[in-house]
Design a protein around this ligand. Sequence first.
Ligand code: SF4
Length: 361
Amino acid sequence: MLEPNYLSDFRCKARKCRTSCCTGWKIRLSSNDISMLSNCDAGPDLRRRIEKGIDLYGFITEDSRRCPLLDTDGLCSLRKECGLDPMPEPCKAFPLTERAFPENVRTATAACERIVELLWEDENPLSLNGSPDKPEKPTEKGLISARKTALALISNRLWSLDQRMKALLGFVEELSKAGACISPAAVRCAANALQVPLKTTVSFCSQDVIGFLKMIILPLASGKGSVHNDADTVLRSLVEAEISNSTTDLKIRSTFFSERFPKREIWFEKILANHILYTGFPYSGRFADLKLEAASLVSFYALMKLFSGILKPQSIDDLVDIIVRLSRAFEHGNADLVSARCFSSIGMQDYGLLYAAAVFL
Ligand code: SF4
């Protein structure tokens, strides 16, 4: 099993966590989860909370935006009283996910603040520990190679992060020409073509960029295709309070952010590399069209830069909180789908505007 190098250091922050995974979500329970919860050896108080928490649709409800089983000390009452066994699978696993395709990888989501902190504590590029534990099928070799190339590109510090994003988009663009059958040779060929997009310049109108970012954010913030979690609220407040049409204002905020966080480029690189690994980019299985995968990735990058600039984070903790919320929208909600849909709805044939949005801010 492969896993990112920071994972062995992961320990849940529990009561010290500011944005606990037990707040603001609706947890989908399987029939097995419900059965385990119904039959566990819970005392009367915990039993009452379990019964109250499971609704007809198999969700733990969270009227108060907290899991009803979360104690005031920040710990899970079910785990304390009954151990790990009856816990619903999503709760047991979070923030980890194991993926079997195209290779066995254990990954972790940046929706957990401890994961973001771990990513930033080590400033070296993200690397993988362990070794592949299943033979590579010939049909999967190209996919594995594409993933490795995407990670290598985003971690190449000889280029600025904006250049790397642009190169990555160029790579995906070339790769999409290979059609459904991605071979290692097609990946090499796409990687070799990267010099071309790096040399081109993108012309854009800054008002279009702001308009486009709003187009992505508004459906998320309005609750259409709601992500049913905290990210909705955050995105809504951002739209209502913060996004102005003034590009000058944005530039001032962006400069403030750059000065306050000189290591931001390394940190954003680490978040993007982790996102690539976590989502399985560029073959997540969510989009038939690779360009939509790329649109989703660059939207995540653009919004990460936008929110980091406009919210004026004062401390690393503030910045971690922004990344966590955005990651909840993109890695656990449908922000990736919404942003990719926005991209395709305006019929753009290339990544110009999206890319410009990312580099501009
Ligand atoms: S978000 Fe991460 S650190 Fe916080 S309570 Fe959940 S698993 Fe622990």
